[in-house]
Ligand binder design. Structure first.
Ligand code: UD1
Length: 428
């Protein structure tokens, strides 16, 4: 049997949604818990597959992990002695598993992490992670599909320049440096809200990190960290996906537990497309009563336009009035999803980093395959405005990043259901 989402296009989405904590933060917060012996509690944890994978990974390292889905909490009990090997069977399912590399090296003086798989969105190197750890005194080799890092002595603070503000490399080096001897300065770091969230938690645990939200983080190493309770920052990509859903369906959605300041460029683009965005105390409201105008976008590291909202905006442009140029600067293969969108009748031509999207009044429902989390979200959004039925396969990708997506869409008025189909039976 194969699972799919059946979307019948047509309706406006109207109502309220509540956004949970950010996937891209909580996975790293779970890894950061490894740095302190004892029980760390995380609040506002999304009920998504990736949290389960990370919980299993931590269990195999020797932690006790309990995930309370009703209360949206995760409790991680970290022992005095940890195992330091993250196996391929889990790491290949989720690239973010690499975030245990820094904490394991800091805690155990050694880490063996299988080279990751995860999203199917192009080559995603680890060179900056490795170079940063070497700068702090570690040795690193790549053997039998594992990245093996070790350090006979405690890591030593140093000056690390990143070639590019990589989210993952910033996190690895940061988490390795918090208990290093002396001061580490990491320059050209990623400034995503999720990085700030990790720094806030680490500082609460006793770390000495300054420069939060700037391009340079200064870390004065401390001897040990203590466990804490920490609330995860809201998921700006999920919030942004709901904002696009409101605009594409010419609907009206109030998005609670969301921070408009984390989505400034994306919301500004939606206003350019013709939407009304009102800021509320705990979120924002997006309403639209006309066919959207096409909007150009260029993805860049934060605070630039997020690559994780690029497929959703391509879907929006596919039904917009006019043509838009979309430039993807982070992941070369992210345009792969365009071939699926073309099955719905979208007119998108790609050339290297660029996609030219010519808006059409209508899309027409068809079977499509999600190739990664955000492509899946983009295809569902397109299905909401396509005539007839769109069957979105590859649902597990969507489950990796969007908690309760189908239920929320149904509550907003979408005609969507999750069904199982016999993979071998011809479908009509
Ligand atoms: C994180 C997010 C992902 C988001 C991305 C960019 C998580 C779990 N994932 O991914 O959703 O799309 O940030 O905002 O948080 N690179 C190298 N060498 C390195 C590291 C990165 O060449 O050592 C390249 C990658 O191939 C990619 C680019 O840098 O082209 C961005 O990668 P990075 O910022 O590290 O993204 P991730 O941490 O993988």
């Amino acid at each position: 049997m194969v699972e799919l989402l059946k979307v019948v296009g047509g309706g406006r989405l109207v109502g309220e949604v509540h956004v949970t904590g950010a996937k891209n933060s909580v996975l790293k917060l779970m890894a950061a818990a490894l740095l302190a012996e004892g029980t760390t509690t995380l609040l506002d944890v999304p009920d998504i597959l990736d949290v389960e994978i990370m919980a299993e990974l931590l269990r195999r390292l020797g932690c006790e992990v309990s995930h309370n889905r009703i209360q949206s909490t995760v409790e991680i009990c970290v022992p005095a002695v940890l195992d330091h090997r993250a196996d391929y069977d889990l790491v290949r399912r989720m690239r973010a598993s690499i975030c245990v590399l820094g904490p394991l090296l800091a805690r155990c003086g050694a880490a063996e992490v299988a080279l990751p798989g995860g999203d199917n969105i192009g080559s995603r190197g680890l060179d900056m992670h490795v170079e940063g750890l070497i700068k702090l005194g570690a040795q690193a080799v790549n053997e039998h599909g594992y990245l093996i890092a070790s350090s006979k002595q405690r890591l030593r603070g140093d000056l690390v320049y990143l070639d590019f503000p990589s989210v993952g490399a910033t996190e690895t080096i940061l988490m390795a440096a918090v208990t290093a001897l002396g001061t580490t300065v990491i320059d050209n770091v990623a400034r995503e809200p999720e990085i700030i969230d990790i720094c806030i938690m680490l500082n609460a645990m006793g770390a000495q990190i300054s420069g939060l939200g700037t391009s340079t983080l200064t870390i004065d190493g401390v001897d040990a960290l203590q466990p804490v309770t920490h609330r995860t920052v809201p998921d700006r990509i999920v919030a942004g996906t709901w904002a696009v859903a409101a605009v594409i369906t010419q609907g009206d959605i109030t998005i609670r537990n969301a921070r408009a300041e984390h989505l400034q460029i994306a919301l500004d683009k939606l206003v350019t497309a013709g939407a009304v965005v009102s800021i509320l105390d705990d979120g924002f409201r997006v309403s639209m009563n006309q066919r959207p105008l096409a909007v150009d976008i260029v993805t860049l590291p934060y605070p630039g336009f997020p690559t994780d909202l690029q497929p959703q905006f391509i879907a929006l442009n596919a039904i917009a009035d006019g043509a838009a140029l979309v430039t993807e600067n982070l992941f070369e293969a992210r345009f792969r999803f365009v071939q699926e969108l073309a099955r719905l009748g979208a007119d998108v031509r790609t050339d290297g980093h660029h996609a030219l999207v010519r808006g059409h009044q209508k899309l027409s429902g068809a079977p499509v395959e999600a190739t990664d989390i955000r492509a899946g979200a983009g295809l569902v959004l397109a299905g909401l405005v396509a005539e007839g039925v769109t069957s979105v396969y590859g649902v597990s990708h969507i489950d990796r990043g969007y908690a309760g997506f189908v239920q929320d869409l149904q509550r907003l008025g979408a005609d969507i259901s999750r069904i199982e189909e016999d993979a071998l039976k011809p479908q009509g």
